[in-house]
Design a protein around this ligand. Structure first.
Ligand code: DAH
Length: 340
């Protein structure tokens, strides 16, 4: 029995070296440790051992069995560890590789400028109101002191939707809607799309405006100028100055055009300011008494100022865009230049 066992051990040692994976391991188990395996078979051989030698032989068999099971356990653990290592290696992530960036969008220059303007005025306590793009004649013209047949209607080439319905030509109608709904003090911004039958390098049939309206007691042109100074400086830089020029709008009296000192050349004269040192940025004025009256606000008690900013115009000046069409073509080569 002793010889048989040592032969078996030698054989098992030799086979052990050939176990490399789970299949080998299972074959190894079948060969030695299963019901019909060689190690298990030793116990059956006990029958042939003389009775007095059986306890000693039984002990040897048990030792051999324990040893063989130990070998099996070790092999199983090694194979499991090797498999895990192989899987880890296959799934390894090189954290030093640069990532694949997700393409992100950016804000359109019109949105950028619109947000900047809102930021400045929101800081001064302005609220936002948005009126309808399809507007009636009353709000777009008549109650803004532009009655039918008034020559000022020719200042804006209007798209008519129906007899008295237009695509709004200006956000100024928002003033009327706000004053109808709210009593002074009023401080409101009206951003929005407006429409005019006009198209060239600096005009588009659809563009954006930002209306401003302040109505309270004792509001004067000085308040307007102070506020606009703050506004243009935060948009174009702290060294920029403003200048008011007399102008005409039917809904303001007096009316002004607001110029800023050229932020490109500092006022010396360049192609941007057409060698004048000044750039026109918006229209404004003191709200006409008729407009206040049309909204049931007593002009003897209250006064106000209003302004209208062309958003595309500001964006074109600020970013050096020479053709308004670029704003609406959605060419990514153009738009990508505005990503922060
Ligand atoms: N609505 C004018 C336009 O589209 C701009 C404007 C001028 C608005 C003067 C105003 C203002 O509120 O006071 O040309």
């Amino acid at each position: 029995m002793e010889e048989k066992i040592s032969a078996l051990r030698a054989q098992l040692e030799a086979d052990r070296a050939a176990v490399h994976n789970k299949e080998d391991l299972s074959a190894f188990w079948q060969k030695y440790l299963s019901k019909n395996g060689a190690v298990t078979g030793l116990t059956k051989g006990l029958r042939d051992v003389p009775k007095e030698d059986r306890p000693a032989a039984g002990k040897l068999i048990n030792e051999c069995k324990t040893w063989a099971e130990g070998v099996y356990e070790t092999l199983a653990a090694d194979i499991a560890a090797a498999e895990l290592a192989a899987r880890n290696a296959a799934e390894a992530v090189d954290i030093t590789l640069p990532g694949t960036p997700n393409p992100t969008g950016g804000l359109h220059p019109i949105t950028l400028v619109k947000n900047q303007i809102i930021d400045v005025f929101a800081g001064m306590g302005f609220q936002i109101y948005e009126g309808p793009e399809i507007e009636d004649d009353d709000h777009n013209f008549t109650r803004l002191n532009v009655p039918k047949n008034h020559p000022a209607r020719d200042m804006q080439d209007t798209f008519y939707v129906a007899e008295d319905i237009v695509l709004r030509t200006q956000t100024s109608g928002g003033q009327i809607r706000v004053m109808d709904a709210q009593r002074p003090p009023i401080k409101v911004l009206v951003p929005g799309r407006v429409f005019r039958s006009d198209s060239d390098a600096t005009h588009s049939p659809m563009f954006h405006q930002m209306e401003g309206l302040v109505v309270d007691r004792n509001i004067t042109l000085c308040d307007l100028q102070g506020m606009l100074d703050k506004f243009v400086q935060s948009l174009f830089g702290p060294e920029v100055k403003t200048r008011l020029r007399p102008s005409y709008f039917p809904f303001t009296e007096p009316s002004v055009e607001v110029d800023v000192s050229c932020f490109e050349c500092g006022g010396k004269g360049c192609s941007l300011c057409k060698h004048t040192g000044w750039i026109e940025v918006l229209g404004a004025g003191v709200v006409h008494h008729n407009v206040l009256r049309n909204c049931g606000i007593d002009p003897e008690v209250y006064s106000g100022f209003a302004f209208g900013i062309g958003i595309e115009r500001i964006a074109m000046l600020k970013y050096g865009i020479n053709n308004i069409g670029l704003m609406f073509e959605n060419d990514l080569r153009f738009l990508r230049q505005f990503k922060d």
